[in-house]
Structure formats: structure tokens, C-alpha cells
Design a protein around this ligand. Structure first.
Ligand SMILES: C[S@@+](CC[C@H](N)C(=O)[O-])C[C@H]1O[C@@H](n2cnc3c(N)ncnc32)[C@H](O)[C@@H]1O
Length: 264
């Protein structure tokens, strides 16, 4: 057992975790602009993303390869107010169920724009991207992850739901000129502060003016200091608010003010 500090919070990790974190081979923060060799690709809220809870059959949630047909399995989940039977596999975050933090985000975030480009940053098997695509059928939803197995599941699940407005892609596959009408994310806190900060500074500035990003972060994993850091690190036209507190999670709203609006 060893511990790491995330936003001033000490977290215990197992040796298994450290071996697997070291096994992750590449982390592309965004758009091919920066690659981190040997970086950790983990994600998520410790409550439900402890290594033991997601590791099955030797897989881990940042395993990069799509799952074999034989390891796919069905599960039932409520998305956008309806229950669906979707497909999952080991080796992705919160495999086969809605993560508690994701549930908080989906419940408390105001309706997404109905058109434009919407981003789910760190999509996993796709609960956020699929919910956005169901609720905003005329929008294009970018489901972005570094885990190819997760992306494969998103594509399968989008096809099951008859959704043709989901693009499940790696970060570098999102065209550089795309600007987002909203960003929703249960971000990969466990990649560590530096990588997380780079991820935030890569994607949040791609919000269109007069639009918001919504991030869910567990309080115990440093939501308050992430909020403070975002407030300091982002340019003046951004504001950062705690929009919701629920079940140990915080939903942060990062808003890009309209052009010409004086940030004061
Ligand atoms: C906390 S999980 C959330 C997954 C999913 N959105 C959900 O709510 O169940 C964070 C996700 O971020 C992904 N991730 C890690 N590093 C990333 C990066 N540099 N760019 C994009 N996604 C990343 C992980 O693979 C993981 O699927």
C-alpha cells in the first residue's frame, strides 16, 4: 500500500494499482498536441473506481484494446429517463453500471444545447455521451477517451440505441477547429494533478463563448481545490462556480462569458 496526494487529499493505493498505472503506455492529452509516455490513464471517482472493483479477468479500465465478442455482456441502465439494455465489458470505468458521480452529473446539470458540438470528455462506456445524444438528437456528440475498449462500447451502444449523432473517438481525432456548445465530464481524477490540469487547459478553452462545461468531482478527491485552481488558471473570460452539492460530489460549472462581456 502507498499513498498519493490529489488536491491535498491523501489516497491509499495498492501495489497492484501502481503496477497497472505504470503499465499504461501512452496518454494523449488532446489533439495530438502532447503525448505523455508512461503516463497513467486511469479515471474517476475513487468511490467506484477502485482498481479491485473494476478489474476482472486481468483487465483494467485503461486497457486499450477493444473487448473480444465473448467477453461482452448485456446490462440494463436508465439513461435520459428510460431503461435500456446495453453492452459492457471489463476493463472500462464503472463497467456495467452508472457511476454515482455520473448519476449526480446527469441529474443536476441543466438540459444541454439541442444543436452544435457537445463533448463528453473521458466517456468510458458512454453514459454521458449517450444521454446527451438521446436528449439532443440534432446535436453532434463527441465521446472522447484514450481507452479503445471504452470507445468500442460507446459505438456499439450508440448503434443499439439507433443514434447516429455520436462520434466516439480518441482525443487526437477531434478536429482542432471544433468548438463545443457544452462539455460534460466525470474527469479522470486519478491520472494525477498535472495530467488533469493539462487536460482541463486543453479542452475547456474550446468552449464556445456564452456556454458552460459541467464537471462532477468527488469532494474527497479535491473538488474544492480543483475549483480554485480552475478559477486561477483559466483566462479572465471564464468563471467557475459550484453549481450543485450532492452525495459527496460537487458539480462545477465552468462558464465562458459571451464575447464583449466585461469579466470585471
Ligand atoms: C471517471 S471515468 C468516467 C467515464 C464515464 N464518463 C462515466 O461517467 O462512467 C474517466 C474516463 O477518462 C478517461 N481518460 C483518462 N485519461 C484521458 C485523457 N487524457 N483523455 C480523455 N479521456 C481520458 C478514462 O479512460 C476514463 O474512461
Amino acid at each position: 500500500m502507498y499513498s498519493v496526494q490529489l488536491y491535498g487529499v491523501e489516497i491509499d493505493r495498492t501495489q497492484t494499482d501502481s503496477v497497472q498505472m505504470g503499465r499504461a503506455d501512452r496518454c494523449c492529452v488532446q489533439g495530438g498536441t502532447r503525448k505523455l509516455d508512461g503516463g497513467s490513464l486511469g479515471g474517476g471517482s475513487m468511490g467506484s473506481d477502485k482498481v479491485g472493483s473494476v478489474e476482472q479477468g486481468g483487465d483494467h479500465y485503461f486497457t486499450a484494446n477493444p473487448a473480444s465478442e465473448s467477453s461482452l455482456r448485456p446490462f440494463d441502465v436508465l439513461l435520459a429517463g428510460r431503461e435500456y439494455r446495453l453492452t459492457t465489458a471489463s476493463g472500462v470505468f464503472s463497467s456495467g453500471k452508472l457511476d454515482d458521480g455520473t448519476r449526480v452529473l446527469l441529474k443536476h446539470t441543466p438540459a444541454a444545447p439541442t444543436t452544435g458540438d457537445l463533448l463528453d470528455l473521458g466517456c468510458g462506456w458512454g453514459p454521458i455521451a449517450l444521454s446527451l445524444a438521446l436528449s439532443s438528437p440534432d446535436a453532434r456528440v463527441w465521446a472522447v477517451d484514450v481507452n479503445d475498449r471504452a470507445l468500442d462500447l460507446v459505438r456499439r451502444n450508440a448503434a443499439t440505441l439507433g443514434l447516429d449523432n455520436v462520434r466516439a473517438v480518441r482525443p487526437e481525432e477531434v478536429p482542432a477547429e471544433v468548438r463545443f456548445a457544452t462539455i460534460w465530464s466525470n474527469p479522470p481524477i486519478r491520472v494525477g494533478k498535472q495530467v488533469l490540469h493539462e487536460l482541463m487547459l486543453s479542452w475547456l478553452p474550446r468552449l464556445q463563448p456564452d456556454s458552460s462545461a459541467w464537471l462532477v468531482v468527488q469532494k474527497n478527491l479535491g473538488s474544492d481545490s480543483l475549483q480554485r485552481w480552475l478559477g486561477e488558471a483559466l483566462p479572465a473570460e471564464f468563471t467557475v462556480l459550484r453549481a450543485e452539492i450532492s452525495k459527496g460530489y460537487r458539480v462545477l460549472e465552468v462558464r465562458r462569458l459571451a464575447e464583449g462581456h466585461d469579466p470585471g
